[in-house]
Design a protein around this ligand. Structure first.
Ligand SMILES: [Mn+2]
Length: 257
C-alpha cells in the first residue's frame, strides 16, 4: 500500500519566530518521503504570500522550490491546493514543477477510502466579509490591476495584509465543533466521506462526523510551542493500521519509511 501525506499552513516567508527553521523543517519533510509515497497533498497556505507575474516569480523560497522539484522528479504526485494566501498561481507551479493545482475542494478515493480535501477557507462560510474578500482575490480584473503594480509595492501591500491578518488571529483557535462551518460542510456533503482533511484554522482537530467518517484539521507549522513542544501536523495515510490516518509532528520525522 502506498503512503499519502497531508500538510497545511506552513506560511513560508512569514516573518514570525524563525522563518528559516520553518523552511528547513519543511524541506527535511519533503526529502524524507519514501519511494512508496503515492501522493503529497499541500492543503493550502504553504506560502504566506505567493504571486506570479507573467515572466517573473517572487524572490525567495529557492530551497523549497528545489525540494519540491526533487519530489516531482522522483515521480511523486504533488497536489497544491490554493489557500487564501497563495491562490495567485498562474501556471508556474504546474509547468515548472509539475504540481497539480486545485482551486476547489478535491473528492478523491485513495486505496478504497473516500477523501474530501481542501484548504477549508471556502467551505460552508457565508459571512459577507469572507465572500467579499474571496470574490476580490479571485477577480480576474483586480488580479490584472494588481499585477500592474510595481512588485515593490505589490509585495509591500501583501506583507501589510498578512501582518494585519496575523495580529487578528487568536494565539490558539478554539474549534467550535458542530458550529464550525467546515464541520457542517463535511457533515452534509452529498457523497460518502471517510476523511475530510483541511487546514486554515491553525489548530489540530480530529472529530467524528455524524454519518461516519472523520474531520481532520491540520495544525499550522508557524511556531514552536511551549516547553519544547512542536507545532506542525503531518497527516499520513497508509502507514498505520490499514485505512487509518496517523498524525505526527513535523520536525520529529526524519525517516518516514
Ligand atoms: Mn488559510
Amino acid at each position: 500500500m502506498s503512503k499519502y501525506y497531508f500538510v497545511a499552513d506552513i506560511h513560508l516567508g512569514l516573518k514570525t519566530d524563525d522563518p528559516a527553521d520553518r523552511e528547513r523543517r519543511f524541506i527535511a519533510f519533503l526529502d524524507s518521503l519514501g519511494n512508496d509515497t503515492g501522493g503529497l497533498f499541500l492543503l493550502g497556505d504553504i506560502f504566506d504570500f505567493w504571486y506570479e507575474y507573467k515572466y517573473v516569480i517572487p524572490r525567495g523560497h529557492t530551497r523549497t522550490l528545489g525540494a519540491l522539484a526533487r519530489v516531482r522528479d522522483r515521480g511523486i504526485p504533488v497536489h497544491f491546493f490554493a489557500g487564501n494566501h497563495d491562490l495567485w498561481t498562474f501556471g508556474y507551479l504546474e509547468q515548472e514543477l509539475g504540481m497539480q493545482i486545485h482551486r476547489d475542494e478535491l473528492y478523491i478515493n485513495l486505496e478504497g477510502k473516500d477523501f474530501l480535501l481542501a484548504h477549508g477557507h471556502r467551505m460552508g462560510r457565508h459571512p459577507f466579509k469572507n465572500r467579499f474578500l474571496n470574490g476580490m482575490f479571485h477577480n480576474k480584473f483586480l488580479q490584472i490591476l494588481f499585477s500592474c503594480l510595481h512588485p515593490r509595492w505589490a509585495f509591500f501591500l501583501a506583507q501589510a495584509w498578512s501582518t494585519h491578518n496575523g495580529k487578528q488571529r487568536p494565539v490558539s483557535y478554539k474549534f467550535r465543533q458542530e458550529e464550525e462551518p467546515v464541520y457542517k460542510y463535511a457533515a452534509s456533503y452529498p457523497c460518502p466521506v471517510d476523511y475530510c482533511i483541511v487546514g486554515h484554522l491553525h489548530t489540530s482537530v480530529r472529530c467524528p462526523l455524524p454519518r461516519g467518517g472523520e474531520l481532520i484539521v491540520l495544525e499550522d507549522w508557524l511556531s514552536v510551542g511551549p516547553a519544547g513542544t512542536v507545532r506542525g501536523d503531518i497527516g499520513i495515510f497508509g502507514r498505520a493500521e490499514k485505512g487509518e490516518i496517523e498524525i505526527i509532528k513535523a520536525p520529529v520525522m526524519i525517516h518516514l519509511d
